[in-house]
Design a binder for this molecule. Structure first.
Ligand code: HEM
Length: 419
């Protein structure tokens, strides 16, 4: 007999899609437990949240990723056969490849390239009455990511390739039409990347040796072989596509500045690294990645519950970021909370938890925070804009979510050029 409560329903997959970010937190609340049993994707699943649960979820002794991610997610957002679903030494090898792209020089490159792309767009915005910030940011991040990765992108195709990335990111937890758009975008984008990787391997195209394009094309597996062409395309995409997700955090940052106007002056002054605290709080407070799935590696008991080998387990990332055991006034936006923060790798998990090298924690976390800080700096130093009346509410049932209007800004003026 199980000592943890069970959520109602024969299978809750559709309910999860319908309730979005609320699915796990509202049941935890109702059942008064950080852990509950339910059925998802036609199988028994354990949903859990909080620092302790996250520490267990990210322990490679107990959990594995093989077969955990649902197929539709692999067909759209993640790609098939990539790092997300790997375990053990196989995962470590690939993780080292990703982290070798994230040297301080390359992070600086990304910051410079992203701000340059931002600055270029602002020149276009000045000639328009209004723009939808989310759409613009997605394009900026897409262009910046592809440039940083060392891809040969022609100006005539950049917008379209960036749109493919946005469609992949927008597809998760979505309707059939978003799923189909995401799947087609991925197929087209992977085909393009396969051609580029072939050209690199044959010496026809020579990107710099420190770029993702070069690193992935020439990466060798422990058996000495190059990655097969499709896996290489998936991993190359994994090295810059997720930057588009940062567009959502920038827009939530704009929303936070609008709803908490006192943050604007603080960002401009940037005393005590305020822009870092602000960026952390954006990542904690606003919803983006809802949850992660894994499977039990073996039979074991934890907190009195018997986990069965291959059982599906889902960690509530969003709920962990707002867990009352770790966060005072968790449902309020307070950047200063990060001034005295303990730094637990399991209580703050907007991009996964644990260790970047040993586990699945996001390879792009440092880059994300760096780009966020640079953009908030640009927005408060170099830019003036007006926020006209619009619907800024975001729907917690949609994944990913964003202000309904996409955050429209008007009367954009560049106060000074970058830098
Ligand atoms: C993994 C979120 C930006 C590359 C992940 C995971 C999450 C995540 C939740 C999975 C953690 C897990 O498996 O337990 C985000 C968010 C981002 C972001 C919310 C920004 C808004 C980036 C960027 C890059 C990146 C900018 C690279 C340029 C990766 C890679 C993995 C990963 C390669 C796989 C790591 C592994 O399986 O070991 N990210 N990410 N991400 N992310 Fe990010």
């Amino acid at each position: 007999k199980t000592p943890i409560p069970q959520a109602k329903g024969i299978d809750n997959t559709l309910t999860l899609i319908k309730e979005g970010f609320h699915f796990i937190p509202s049941r935890r609340n109702e059942l008064e437990s950080d852990m509950f049993e339910t059925r998802l994707l036609g199988q028994k699943a354990i949903c859990m949240a909080g620092e302790e649960a996250a520490a267990m979820f990210y322990d490679n002794e107990y959990f594995k990723r093989e077969g955990a991610a649902p197929k539709p997610l692999k067909q759209t957002l993640l790609g098939e056969g990539g790092i997300h679903g790997r375990d053990g030494e196989d995962h470590h090898q690939l993780k080292r490849m990703f982290l070798s792209m994230m040297t301080p020089e390359r992070l600086e490159d990304m910051k410079r390239i992203a701000v340059e792309e931002f600055d270029k767009k602002v020149t276009e915005w000045e000639r328009k009455d209004a723009v939808i910030l989310l759409r613009e940011m997605e394009e900026i991040m897409g262009r910046a990511g592809m440039r940083w990765a060392g891809l040969p992108v022609k100006e005539s195709e950049a917008k379209e390739r960036a749109a493919e990335l946005s469609q992949m990111v927008d597809s998760f937890g979505g309707s059939l039409s978003r799923y189909q758009d995401g799947k087609h975008a991925r197929q087209s984008h992977e085909k393009w990347l396969e051609k580029i990787i072939k050209d690199i391997r044959s010496g026809k195209y020579n990107p710099p040796a420190n770029t993702a394009a070069y690193i992935v094309a020439n990466h060798r597996e422990p058996n000495g072989k190059l990655l097969d062409l499709h896996t290489a395309a998936v991993e190359l995409n994994n090295s810059y596509r997720p930057l588009v997700a940062t567009a959502y955090f920038i827009v939530f940052g704009a929303l936070a500045m609008y709803e908490h106007p006192e943050t604007v002056g603080k960002l401009r002054e940037d005393k005590d690294d305020y822009s870092h605290m602000f960026s952390q709080e954006i990542r904690r407070y606003y919803p983006f990645a809802p949850a992660m799935a894994a499977k039990a590696k073996k039979n074991f008991t934890w907190n009195g519950y018997k986990f069965k080998k291959d059982q599906l387990v889902v960690l509530d990332l969003f709920g962990t970021n707002r867990h009352p055991d770790n966060w005072i006034d968790a449902d309020q936006f307070i950047p200063e909370r990060f001034a005295n923060w303990s730094g637990s790798p399991f209580a703050f998990v907007p991009q996964g938890g644990g260790d970047h090298y040993m586990g699945h924690r996001c390879a792009g976390e440092w880059m994300t925070v760096m780009v966020m800080q640079a953009f908030f700096r640009y927005m408060t130093h170099n830019l003036s804009y007006h926020v006209p009346e619009q619907n800024l509410a975001y729907d917690m049932r949609r994944m990913p979510t964003m202000p309904q209007s996409g955050f429209v800004i008007s009367d954009v003026r560049k106060l000074r050029s970058f830098p």
